[in-house]
Design a protein around this ligand. Sequence first.
Ligand code: ADP
Length: 320
Amino acid sequence: MGRPAPIDLPVGIAEEQGAAAAGGLFAPLALLLASALGYWISRKALAPVDQITQAAQQISAQNLSARLAVPRSGDELQRLTETLNQMLQRIEEALDRITRFSGDASHELRTPITVMRTRVELALRHPRTPGENQDTLEQLHSELIQASNLLDNLMLLARADSGAEQLRIAPANIEDALHEVLAQAAPLAGEKGVALHSALPGHAVWIAADRSMLQRLFLILIDNAVKYTPASGRVSVELTTMNGSATVSVKDTGIGIPEDELPRIFDRFYRVDKARTRQAGGAGLGLSIGRWIAEAHGGSIRVESRSGEGAKFEVVLPVA
Ligand code: ADP
């Protein structure tokens, strides 16, 4: 059989076939080039994300004040870095609060424990009469009560922080709740020579509340008013209702609070005069607990006072 005769193709077709052969070579090359370029561009675009990731990995509890460098690109990356920095700021502040709280709490607990320990060591060192031992036991008892109250307050705040403290909300007559607290505070005021007055509406005022928590709040305010009012002073407690809210005010004629201290008195462990209030048994937790109780009921607490001119605390609560 002879070889088939070559076919003469028209010129146009021959050129196309040549180009196709060249294209067959060029296509994989172009693909390779395109993917290399794509890879290079994506690496370059993601480089700042890599830098952020590395910087974020370096941040731990030990250097929480460090911040990520914000690229001034005006795009999502800048917004993401700024958001992460704001989140770091909030975490740093929360950790600061926790560290300060546990430091202050251990400091406050150490004081009564050291006093009790010294008292017991002194008592053990010398033989003592039964009367002397009785005195020591009584002093220890009152110091133990103080320490366990402090512990109760610390635990309440810790539970409030973690959201574990559950209010037992039920219809509560705050007029009656106030009556009980006033009866509880009367002996203390009497002992101190402070007149305790009350102006209650004379009928039930119902609100949805945890009654014992509200009583704790009222007792904190009345107790403080008596504590910071010298003999022959006066403490007045009033309950009024208006526009769907009940207001309990506790007003005294005592030593008052300097105006520049007012913004801080609801802070934990804050005492205007540290030496004096520690002697009186206060750790500076009462008002911070009081504020938490008022706010947990959807209410608020405020104070008006001037140094030497008494103080007025007002709790506003929504009426059921
Ligand atoms: P404390 O247990 O020390 O009384 P609080 O949190 O109840 O702590 O109060 C914080 C501080 O506010 C007190 O140490 C006191 O200096 C001041 N304070 C509170 N209530 C009164 C008041 N009625 N009159 C004067 N000062 C007050």
